[in-house]
Every structure is written in structure tokens, then in C-alpha cells.
Design a protein. Structure first.
Length: 214
């Protein structure tokens, strides 16, 4: 098992070395996340960030909704595919992250593109009445189904949702008694049965679900 883990580490480094690089501003945001938070694994890593950026470039979104900002690393990746004049509505519940988020948005040079909203995502999502092109979900796991229900009708045809942490540390395979695990499993089941979308789950890190509205 230890040998397998060593191989996985080297393969991950190989993938990072030979994928497009994030660039200095995002590298600085990553450093700030490591320096100023104790939950640095909650942030997207380089490969996940490049995946988010890749999808954003393909979609060329005018409006992105990000549910769960954390330190704004993913926000920077999402912004890379925005069309001129496009913007991100980013929602974060934890006000303690506000100074770090605002600093990182300035480092990324995207503060004018981001409507940064602090508060309960369920309340804020109710107030959005525009067509959405791209949604990134990485917030309270037990509310994923509600986030989906509040946004799916606002997502344009061909629009994409990326949901993070959908295998929840692998616990979806066994521990359905845990509240968070049960919530993530129920979310995955719900999406798989929704004829309005097609979905692919990748077992990268904590599981990433790519959902496209048909």
C-alpha cells in the first residue's frame, strides 16, 4: 500500500509538471491559503484549478455563480474563461475569510469582475433572476441538493455545474449513517436520475462531479 501511495504522489507531480501552469497570481493565492488557513486542503489544487479553468474557457460564460468562495483560488480559475464584461457572483458564508478573499481578489486582478456576497447561499440564490452559464458548488455539503434545486432552472441549456467533494473522503461507499456522507450520496443519486442533465463523476481528490444541462 505504501508503494502504491508513493507512485500516486509521483504521478500527481508528473501530471502537474506537464499540465498548463496556473501562473504567479494563483500561486500567490495558494501560498496565502497555506499561510492563513488551517483548512488548506479545502482549496482547489493546481490540477483541479486547471480543470475548472479549462471548462470555463470552453463555456465562455457571461455569468458564473460560485457557491463557497473559501480563499478565492477557484474564483480566479473560474474567471479565466469569462467573456468581456462577464462576471462572477461568489457567495461565502464565513465572514472571517473576508479580508483574505478581498486581498486575493486584488492579487488576481479580478475584484471588478466579482460580486462578492457574504451570507446564507440559500437566501442569496433565491434572489438571482438572471440566466447562469456556469456554477461551481463547494459549500455546505448537506445543502448541495438545495443549491441544485435553486439554480438548475436558471442554468442555460449547455451550461455546466461542477460540484466538489462528491465522494466525501470515500465514505459514500460505506458510511451512509453520517449526515454529510448521506447528503453527498443523496445528491449524487438525485443528479444521476435527473433527465435534464448528464453527469460524469471523476474520482480525483475528494470527487468532482461534472454536470451539463442538456
Amino acid at each position: 500500500m505504501e508503494h502504491r501511495l508513493d507512485i500516486d504522489v509521483f504521478l500527481r507531480r508528473y501530471c502537474e509538471d506537464w499540465s498548463s501552469q496556473a501562473g504567479e497570481p494563483l500561486d500567490q493565492v495558494e501560498k496565502n491559503t497555506h499561510l492563513h488557513t488551517v483548512k488548506r486542503l479545502d482549496s482547489s489544487d493546481t490540477i483541479q484549478g486547471r480543470m475548472i479553468s479549462f471548462i470555463s474557457h470552453l463555456i465562455k460564460p457571461s455569468l458564473i455563480v460560485e457557491i463557497g468562495t473559501f480563499t478565492a483560488y477557484a474564483t480566479g480559475c473560474l474567471s479565466e474563461g469569462l467573456v468581456p464584461g462577464g462576471r462572477i457572483i461568489s457567495i461565502e458564508k464565513n465572514m472571517l475569510f473576508r479580508p483574505l478573499i478581498e486581498s486575493n481578489l486584488r492579487i488576481l486582478g479580478i475584484e471588478q469582475k466579482v460580486d462578492m456576497l457574504f451570507g446564507n447561499a440559500l437566501d442569496i440564490l433565491l434572489e438571482i433572476d438572471e440566466e447562469i452559464d456556469f456554477i461551481f458548488i463547494d459549500a455546505a455539503k448537506y445543502e448541495y441538493e438545495e443549491y441544485y434545486d435553486l439554480t438548475i432552472d436558471k442554468l442555460r441549456s449547455g451550461g455546466v455545474i461542477i460540484a466538489d467533494n462528491v465522494i466525501w473522503k470515500g465514505r459514500v461507499l460505506s458510511d451512509k449513517k453520517d449526515k454529510m456522507t448521506r447528503a453527498m450520496h443523496n445528491f449524487n443519486v438525485k443528479i444521476s436520475r435527473d433527465s435534464r442533465v448528464e453527469v460524469v463523476i471523476l474520482p480525483y481528490r475528494d470527487g468532482i462531479s461534472f454536470i451539463r444541462k442538456v
